[in-house]
Design a protein around this ligand. Structure first.
Ligand code: HPA
Length: 248
């Protein structure tokens, strides 16, 4: 079954025929909210809003382990996560929808692994390609089928938040190879890999990153609200098509 993790601007799925909601208890505490089960065009989907349904949980307080564990426990096998980013690369202007293919993790202090505690074996997951190639392929196919523009590839830099970055930090991230910056991509992707789930992200650019273009002196997250909302509509169309590509 396909799982969709919604981020800022995507706290519910359009066209989802909800069958039930379920609160899942996990060994890692509470997920961000009840899981929402339903169907789109006859295909089963499970949905969770990463920041909670009322968007009350900030990036550094999300219980990423509980969310991934709950989805795995409910037999999700594939995850598409939707996240919001600041654009660093020149072609990543607000309103762009992009499918990242790499990650750099700048977060700290988050619960980032299932493999801790004396009872767990020492495990080093392979994370060379942090996003599942098959899942990325399905998303690209879905974008094509739904006639929505989706940029293929880019390095997602995950920062700790909740504050935005300084201009110098963005320059450093750009120097490291980062193309976009967000606060929720990690440890979510690594935990999905640890849990054996196929995982990829669709990133929606909401603003220029600090120090770039319109954000040269200040980041105004609301400045491009119109294009951001329109981009989220395009993501809904991609997700509807993805459910069909994925099947059950
Ligand atoms: N930085 C970090 N996270 C973000 C940004 C940003 O500029 N925009 C949206 N999420």
């Amino acid at each position: 079954m396909l799982a969709i993790i919604g981020g800022t601007g995507l706290t519910r799925l359009q066209n989802l025929q909800i069958t039930h909601r379920q609160v899942i208890r996990t060994p890692y505490g509470e997920p961000s909210g009840a899981l929402t089960f339903g169907e789109i065009g006859g295909h089963h989907v499970v949905f969770i809003a990463r920041h909670g349904y009322g968007h009350t949980i900030p990036p550094h307080e999300i219980n990423y382990r509980a969310n991934i564990w709950a989805l795995a426990e409910q037999k999700a096998t594939r995850i598409v996560s939707v996240c919001t980013v600041g654009g660093i690369r020149e072609d990543l202007a607000p309103g762009t929808v992009v499918l990242p293919d790499q990650i750099i993790d700048y977060t700290n202090g988050r619960k980032h692994t299932f493999f801790e505690g004396g009872d767990k074996p020492v495990t080093h997951i392979d994370f060379t390609e942090p996003y599942c190639a098959k899942q990325r392929g399905r998303i690209l196919k879905a974008a094509k089928a739904s006639h929505q523009k989706l940029l293929d590839g880019g390095v997602y830099a995950a920062t700790q938040g909740p504050r935005l970055e300084t201009a110098a930090e963005i320059n450093r991230i750009a120097g490291d190879g980062g193309d976009m910056v967000g606060m929720t991509g990690m440890p979510e992707a690594a935990l999905a890999r640890e849990a054996g789930l196929s995982y990829a992200s669709i990133a929606v650019v909401s603003n220029w990153a600090a120090g770039r273009a319109d954000s040269r002196h200040k980041v105004d997250l609301a400045a491009a609200e119109g294009v951001f909302k329109e981009a989220i509509e395009r993501v809904h169309r991609i997700l509807e098509a993805l459910v069909k590509v994925d099947g059950d």
